[in-house]
Every structure is written in structure tokens, then in C-alpha cells.
Design a protein. Structure first.
Length: 277
């Protein structure tokens, strides 16, 4: 697979510009639970200066500000930036690409990126940029999804697509594997490759409830970019097969008043050393 990072980044930008509201409605209750553990990993306290990369609707930035930090949140999708500003008046949100951050070297004591990694066309370039704007001795913390079988909130649709044998259609820009950094070794290598030291990876697990299988299906198809495009671009007969697979898999998670979905997240951090990139 050949990745055209420019085309993929544009695809992500356009997709999230359309899906911002739907993402917020369905995924913010999930991703928001990672905000404080991520900030703990970045050693954010009162007086920290923090860059929140891929801020989305501003959850990490808001929690950093609540700790007494001075924070800037950036996102590639302008509608996400608008939502973040609307939900968090008084905080500083800007449009920016993780591959080209508009800040001076060493501008921040901490950098945090909540679920940025699955949406990058070139991870090494973004890592160099996030490390560049990090002050010597400061911490960079990243979160990403665990392996799909441990993340039912996304993994049920992923498994249904795989069982249906659905392939990415021509015209859909290829990106790096969505779960490329879902293992400890891969995450550790990514951070160390950016010149970070004292690297550590931890796992955060919890359960998320949704009322119905239909709510989960709609949430994933309307609140994602890559997964949504993959499913919606299939011929009708393949879409029906995917949905049948999904319904069968979702039934295994029925409990009480809805679906109980296991969620597992990797949180990694590393510290910039003198002479780092």
C-alpha cells in the first residue's frame, strides 16, 4: 500500500469538517474519559503551558485549563475549532496542521494529543513537530485506540467489515493502518524515534454504554471518517452483509437497558531531552 500523505490529510480534513457535530454527539463521551489520564501522563499542573493537538471539541484543553494551565488547542478541521470555541469560551483554539505547527521551538512545557495518531498520513513528521515545540524536559503524551477486538465501540464495525470481505474501493485515499500504533512496542518505537526518553505506555480500560445497536451503528457511520467512507462506499449487497454481521456481533454485548461496550486505550508519554529534535 502506497500512502499519499497529502491526499490522505486532505481527505481527513474534509471528512472531519463534515463529521464534527456527529463526532461530538457520539464519541465525545468516550474520548472525554481519556482527557485527565492523558494530562496526567503529560505532567500538566497549575502553571504549565500546554499545546493540545487535534483538540476536537476541546475536551483536553478544557481539562488542562481547569488545572490552571495556559493552553492552546489546535485542530486541522475548522468546524472542530469552531465547536471547541463554542463549548469553551475564553480558551484559545486555532486551526493548524500537526505536520506544521505555527509555534516557536520549545514554546510549551507539555504537549498532548488525544487520538491523533489514527488520523495522520505521516506520523514521523507530526512527531518531529510536536517534539520541536516542546521545551527541554517537557512531556509529550499521546492516546490511541487499543487493538480493535478490545475497542467494541469501533471494533464491532471493523470486525463486521472484515467478515464481509469488504475492500477499500478505488478513489479512497490510502492511509497508514488505523490501528498501526495499538501495541506497546509500536508506540514506544514512535516516541523514541522522535528523540523522546523515559518513554512509558499504559492501558486505560472502561465500559461505555449505548442504548441500542442502531445507536452504535449510526454513531460510528456518522461520527467517523475512514470507517464511514469504507462502509458507505460498498455496493448495497456488501453493505447489507456488513450490517448483518454487525447486528450479530452487537447482540453479544446486550446487557440490561443497552449495549455494554468494552473500551481500551493506550496512553504513551515521553520527555524531551537536551539536544532532542
Amino acid at each position: 500500500m502506497t500512502v499519499n500523505a497529502v491526499a490522505f490529510t486532505q481527505f481527513e480534513h474534509d471528512g472531519w469538517s463534515q463529521a464534527a457535530e456527529d463526532y461530538h454527539r457520539f464519541f465525545s463521551p468516550v474520548t472525554g474519559r481519556v482527557a485527565d489520564p492523558l494530562l496526567d501522563a503529560a505532567q500538566v499542573t497549575d502553571g504549565s503551558t500546554v499545546l493540545d493537538v487535534a483538540t476536537g471539541t476541546g475536551q483536553v484543553a478544557a481539562r488542562a485549563a481547569a488545572r490552571g494551565a495556559a493552553v492552546v488547542g489546535v485542530d486541522i478541521a475548522e468546524p472542530m475549532v469552531a465547536l471547541a470555541a463554542r463549548f469553551n469560551p475564553g480558551l484559545d483554539f486555532r486551526s493548524a496542521d500537526a505536520r506544521d505547527l505555527p509555534f516557536e521551538d520549545g514554546a510549551f512545557t507539555a504537549v498532548a494529543a488525544n487520538f491523533l495518531l489514527p488520523h495522520l498520513g505521516n506520523h514521523q513528521v507530526a512527531m518531529r513537530e510536536m517534539t520541536r515545540v516542546l521545551r527541554t524536559g517537557g512531556w509529550l503524551a499521546l492516546s490511541t485506540w487499543d487493538l480493535p477486538e478490545r475497542v467494541a465501540v469501533l471494533g464491532l464495525v471493523v470486525a463486521a467489515v472484515a467478515e464481509a470481505g469488504a475492500a477499500a474501493p478505488e478513489g479512497l485515499p490510502a492511509g497508514p493502518p488505523f490501528f498501526a500504533y495499538s501495541t506497546d512496542d509500536a508506540l514506544t518505537g514512535l516516541l523514541r524515534g522522535a528523540g523522546l526518553r523515559d518513554v512509558d505506555v499504559r492501558c486505560l480500560s472502561f465500559t461505555h454504554q449505548v442504548p441500542t445497536a442502531q445507536a452504535l451503528w449510526d454513531g460510528v457511520l456518522e461520527g467517523t471518517v475512514r470507517t464511514s467512507a469504507l462502509v458507505k462506499s460498498q455496493p448495497p449487497r456488501v453493505q447489507r452483509r456488513i450490517r448483518a454481521n454487525f447486528d450479530r456481533l452487537a447482540a453479544d454485548h446486550l446487557a440490561g437497558d443497552g449495549l455494554q461496550l468494552p473500551v481500551s486505550v493506550k496512553i504513551a508519554h515521553g520527555r524531551r531531552q537536551p539536544g532532542g529534535n
